[in-house]
Write a protein that binds this ligand. Structure first.
Ligand code: 1CP
Length: 344
């Protein structure tokens, strides 16, 4: 963790302290909506970018410099852990991530490697380079994918709309699902604790596809593992638990005892905040599609969220999910300005 931060607004909010305005960063801020990202992306493959610490640091710093964010997020991907486990991963332009060797049988699952930290040394190296570049300017967030979300990519072999193969596995061979989920959970604990040891200032667990599950399946196949992971983390830095579907699953998300829960846009943020135990902070929850709209609308919808949190301790402004690649950069910049000019 950085010894002294020049801007510690994000950390103070994550620790449920009152701040003069909400800190702001955006999920997927280090990405494709920035023309400067494409200048780098056109020269390298996505995995090359993740695996070359200097390039990962360059991309991490793009939104920090261009948008003056209150937190940086490590440029990497949740899929680097399943890749290190043995997944043959590629990212195809316009198609997204693809594993050529999906994991669907016991035989496939037994081959998954869990002793993967040496293979992920490039992440530790990137964190060190980024922290040198940040030089205490703002905190750096590390992250990992939650086991269920990672499982869905390993089983489907790609992005999916209906999670058909994943659900077939959960329903037909829950024992196998649990076997794989436990492997992912174990290495996620090691991976996040490694990021913390190397120097990130906070970590976020991304359970992007939890919303595909019923309440009971979420409890059994997702929540149980997230709870296990968070209980085993080195709590010297704040832990953020993000879940798409948090509007429904918030009571369970709270049970995992993170410092911050990060919610999507379905719920009224004030209502969810009021259901949190003392000392737990909240992050969210603008619908990212608002950022396609006119500036007047962007401003009104941002202010609506911020105003509704007046008097609350521990609020980090963010989107309810990642920013889309074709959102105009100028609109994103404007959203940052609106939040940064606000004072409670
Ligand atoms: O083609 C390209 O340029 C690559 C696009 C890209 C980028 C910029 C991918 C491929 N990943 C990333 C970076 C990334 N991914 C970050 C960097 C830091 C930041 O937030 O700015 C982070 C935190 C992620 C996390 C991630 N990857 C998630 C969880 C967050 C979320 O949005 O739900 C998920 C689900 C992924 C998988 C993934 N990686 C990339 C793609 C295209 C996808 C598929 C998404 C899908 O299945 O719809």
């Amino acid at each position: 963790m950085s010894t002294e931060l020049k801007n510690d607004l994000f950390i103070r909010a994550a620790l449920a302290e009152q701040t003069e305005r909400p800190p702001i960063w955006m999920m997927r801020q280090a990405g494709r909506f920035m023309p400067e990202y494409w200048e780098i992306k056109n020269k390298y493959s996505f995995l090359e970018m993740c695996k070359t610490p200097e390039i990962a640091a360059d991309v991490t710093m793009l939104p920090v410099d261009l948008l003056d964010t209150d937190a940086a997020i490590l440029f990497s991907d949740i899929l680097v852990t399943p890749e290190a486990m043995g997944g043959d991963l590629s990212f195809e332009q316009g198609v997204g991530p693809r594993f050529s060797n999906p994991v669907r049988t016991w035989e496939d699952a037994k081959r998954l490697d869990v002793d993967v930290l040496p293979k992920l040394k490039y992440v530790a190296d990137a964190i060190q380079v980024i922290q040198q570049r940040l030089n205490g300017r703002i905190p750096l967030i590390g992250f990992a994918g939650a086991p269920f979300t990672i499982l869905s990519y390993l089983v489907e072999g790609s992005s999916t709309k209906d999670f058909k193969n994943t659900k077939l596995l959960l329903n037909n061979d829950p024992e196998l699902a649990h076997y794989i989920l436990q492997k992912i959970a174990d290495l996620t604990v090691d991976y996040l604790n490694m990021q913390i040891a190397v120097g990130v200032d906070a970590v976020q667990l991304f359970d992007s596809w939890a919303s595909a599950l019923s309440w009971n399946d979420y409890k059994e196949f997702s929540h149980a593992y997230n709870q296990q992971i968070i209980s085993k983390l080195n709590r010297s830095v704040p832990v953020i638990s993000f879940c798409k579907g948090a509007s429904v699953f918030a009571p369970l998300l709270i049970e995992t005892n993170p410092n911050v829960i990060s919610i999507d846009w379905n719920a009224d943020i004030r209502t969810v905040k009021n259901s949190l135990p003392e000392g737990m902070a909240i992050q969210g929850n603008l619908d990212p599609f608002v950022l396609y709209a006119d500036k007047k609308v962007i401003k009104a919808k941002i202010l609506n969220i911020i105003e509704s949190m007046r008097g609350e301790k521990g609020f980090i402004f963010n989107l309810g999910h990642g920013i889309m690649p074709d959102i105009p950069f100028d609109n994103v910049k404007y959203a940052f300005e609106v939040v940064k000019e606000f004072r409670y």
